[in-house]
Design a protein around this ligand. Structure first.
Ligand code: NAP
Length: 254
């Protein structure tokens, strides 16, 4: 498959950094007109300039319905509609359950889960008008498949996105819109790189493919879901983790 998104209008929430930036890059290189949305608009615009291919940066906050409506109206005006929504923005601050405050829970939930709902709802009028509407969620292996101390709130939101997806895909099927999710494993982003080389090495050692994922690895999976060729695939997930969830014990890796 050589997916081409030539001329498709794509918006990537949280596209200024990390995985979103990788998705934006892969889509832009495949011919799409990509809008990169983040709260820090300077970073969004800088990422767009670096990516090139007519990508552009815009302001948007996924915790605010009003902000999303304004952002997507701007994308529709500048790109001539919206064909693909990559609902990717997410945060992952750590807090152990016993110390977790309601405010910490709510911030993660509002951004990752409610933010997914608000982004999809705000994009719907445009996706319905598209001949090839696509929604791609960035979930995670953490929550749907695995667990990690300090991330009960995060894991709940990432699993929640999949519950949302499985009903949204049915509701939206009548409009020809598909809804799918990519579940990344450990991906090298600015945040993970900042945790140092030792951390990266130990994480890579737990992956059968013996390396951490790249942001482009996630972009290619998202590109598949957005492609014409994936038009009959909806409500599905793809794990992109180098086989990380599979070993039954450390022995299985030796
Ligand atoms: P990142 O490097 O920290 O980037 C997060 C992006 O989201 C930034 O562009 C940030 O820009 C934006 N963002 C945060 N809050 C926002 C809000 N309220 N409204 C709009 N944009 C917002 O994160 P990442 O590691 O690439 O993670 C991206 C997604 O991948 C998340 O959904 C995460 O759960 C998922 N994921 C990541 C990994 C991994 O290994 N990195 C693994 C599994 C899943 P502003 O702060 O300027 O808004």
């Amino acid at each position: 498959m050589s997916a081409s998104l030539k001329g498709r209008a794509v918006v990537v929430t949280g596209g200024s950094k990390g995985i979103g930036r990788g998705i934006a890059k892969v889509f832009a290189e495949s011919g799409a007109k990509v809008a990169i949305m983040a709260r820090n608009v300077d970073e969004a615009q800088a990422a767009a300039r670096e990516i090139g291919h007519d990508a552009y940066g815009i302001y948007g906050d996924v915790t605010s319905a009003q902000s999303l409506e304004a952002a997507f109206a701007e994308v529709a005006r500048r790109s001539g509609g919206i064909d693909v929504l990559c609902a990717n923005a997410g945060i992952f601050p750590q807090a152990r359950l016993e110390e977790m405050t309601e405010a910490q829970w709510e911030l993660v939930s509002d951004t990752n889960l409610k933010g997914t709902f608000l982004s999809v709802r705000a994009a719907l009028p445009y996706l319905k008008a598209s001949s090839q509407g696509r929604i791609i969620l960035t979930s995670s292996i953490t929550g749907p498949v695995t667990g990690y101390p300090g991330w009960t709130h995060y894991a709940a939101t990432k699993a929640g996105q999949l519950g949302f997806m499985r009903t949204a895909c049915i509701e939206l099927a009548g409009y020809g819109i598909t809804v799918n999710a990519v579940l990344p494993g450990n991906i090298i982003t600015e945040g993970l790189a900042a945790m140092g080389e030792d951390y990266q090495k130990s994480m890579a050692a737990s992956v059968p493919l013996k390396r951490l994922g790249t942001v482009e690895d996630i972009g290619y999976a998202a590109l598949y879901f957005a492609s014409r060729e994936a038009g009959y695939v909806t409500g599905q997930t793809i794990i992109v983790d180098g086989g990380q969830i599979l070993p039954e014990s450390l022995d299985a890796l030796s």
